[in-house]
Each structure stands twice: as structure tokens, then as C-alpha cells.
Design a protein around this ligand. Structure first.
Ligand SMILES: [Cu+2]
Length: 270
């Protein structure tokens, strides 16, 4: 009993050190869990899809979240308004979708989705079992039948400015090196008038959400802004890229009730 208490104290001290002093973001991990936060509850998962999902057809997805002894986990925290956040990307990262499976009880989450073309997709699910501080990440590669689109090469953007849905968005970094805390800022302007947008709305309990996935779709980061305050035009996120290499980054924001997603491709240096 006493040993357990000491272990718990040590664990929370380590957590305080890692999260507060070093400022490691709460939601950070990858599917191999090598860069996973210390306070994520260990999980395993089972993914149930039709034997041969077809492109352009509604496809049911069932995900069972289990504990280390293969028992379904019963209780999950609501994080950013949802019990599960799920991201689906095509292997070349040209397709991105952020959806929220419904919790059915007994560890089971359900949703249907429509894959836009044949090929391989990575499905990433983020949950926080009750008592977990950090989220647990489960992922699954899925083959989808149907006509495949030619894979698009992932080339780092020369200019980090994009116009999307009437917004001009610029992404900037204080530096772009692996294994070092960095700040990245999205600056959002009205594309027509050029005026800064200062009326961004919270989307799922944060001023923005950013997902970064490595070129091989093996590393995954889900990042939230440093503060809940503010409403644009600048939204700053803090994170650590675990390895050098090419990453695709999607920023998601809400303005006038509409969610917009802005993608960038960057190369993180050593
Ligand atoms: Cu989500």
C-alpha cells in the first residue's frame, strides 16, 4: 500500500516536471508510444470494419478500446467536448478527416464514414480512459477497395501562406528543429479585405486544433493552443516534433459558425 502511494507521488512529480517545467504538451504521442506521455493509460484496440470496405460507400467502423489485460475499458473522459477524436488520412496524406465516433458503452465506439478512393488509410483514435491525464492513441491501417488516385508526393511548401475558404492563413515557427520545444503560429486574415480576423470562435473547446502527421504516417501529434484566450488573428501552438523529416500539418479553426481546415507541409530539421 505504502509502496503504491510512493509510486503515485513519484509519478505525479515526474508528470509535473515533464509537463510544467519542460512544457511538454498534454496531447502528444505517436502510435508506437515511444514519445508517448507518461500519464497515458495503456490501451489496446480492436478495429472492426467490413471485410472489404469500398470507396464511396458508407462504411461502418467499430473500435473496441481495451486495457492491458484485454478487458474493455468502461469509462472515458470527455476531452475537447468528445470522448473520442478520430483522424483518417490517406497514405499520401492528401485526404484528411476529423470525426467523432459515438460511445456505445463497454469500450465500444461506432461511426460510419465514406472513403473517397481506394487505397490505404491510417485511422487514428484518441481517447482518455478515466483517470488518464494524457490521451491514449490507437491506430489502424485500413485497405479500401475501389479506384485508387495516383499518390500525391509530399513536398514541403515553399511559402507558408495559403488562401482557403476566403481566409488567407500564414504559418510561422520560432524554429523548426526536432526534439526541441517550438512555437508555431497561424495568422488568419480575410482574403478579400486583407484585414486580420479577430473573431475566431472556439471549436471543440479550443481556439484551434492542429494535427501533424509524419510523411510515413507513423508519427502523430494533436496540439492545442497555449491559451484559451484570444480570438485571432494569431493562434499559437507549442509542440515538439519527435523526429526530423517531412510532416503535414492541418490547422482547424472556426469563424462565423464555419469550420475551416488549412493544410501545410513542412520539413523539420535535425
Ligand atoms: Cu476531434
Amino acid at each position: 500500500m505504502r509502496r503504491v502511494t510512493i509510486a503515485l507521488i513519484l509519478l505525479s512529480v515526474f508528470h509535473l516536471t515533464s509537463c510544467n517545467s519542460l512544457k511538454v504538451p498534454k496531447s502528444m504521442g505517436d502510435h508506437k508510444m515511444s514519445a508517448a506521455p507518461v500519464n497515458a493509460v495503456p490501451t489496446s484496440s480492436e478495429w472492426i470494419l467490413p471485410e472489404k470496405p469500398m470507396a464511396n460507400e458508407e462504411t461502418p467502423i467499430k473500435i473496441l478500446i481495451k486495457d492491458e489485460s484485454d478487458q474493455p475499458i468502461q469509462l472515458f473522459e470527455t476531452v475537447h467536448e468528445k470522448k473520442m477524436h478520430m483522424f483518417i488520412v490517406s497514405k499520401d496524406l492528401s485526404y484528411f478527416s476529423h470525426i467523432h465516433p459515438k460511445y456505445k458503452g463497454d469500450g465500444e465506439f461506432d461511426i460510419t464514414t465514406t472513403f473517397p478512393a481506394g487505397g490505404d488509410y491510417k485511422l487514428i483514435a484518441e481517447v482518455t480512459p478515466k483517470g488518464g491525464v494524457d490521451s491514449s492513441i490507437e491506430s489502424h491501417w485500413q485497405k479500401v477497395a475501389g479506384e485508387e488516385a495516383a499518390p500525391k508526393p509530399l513536398i514541403p511548401d515553399q511559402k507558408l501562406t495559403k488562401t482557403i475558404d476566403g481566409k488567407k492563413v500564414t504559418l510561422s515557427f520560432d524554429h523548426l528543429a526536432a526534439n526541441k520545444t517550438l512555437h508555431m503560429t497561424f495568422s488568419i486574415y480575410d482574403a478579400k479585405s486583407g484585414k486580420p480576423i479577430e473573431t475566431l470562435q472556439p471549436y471543440l473547446g479550443a481556439l484551434g486544433h492542429t494535427v501533424a502527421i509524419s510523411a510515413n504516417a507513423e508519427k502523430y501529434l494533436h496540439i492545442h493552443p497555449m491559451t484559451l484566450e484570444g480570438s485571432g488573428p494569431n493562434v499559437t501552438f507549442m509542440t515538439i516534433f519527435p523526429d526530423k523529416g517531412i510532416y503535414k500539418i492541418w490547422g482547424q479553426f472556426q469563424h462565423e459558425g464555419e469550420i475551416f481546415t488549412v493544410p501545410f507541409v513542412v520539413e523539420v530539421g535535425a
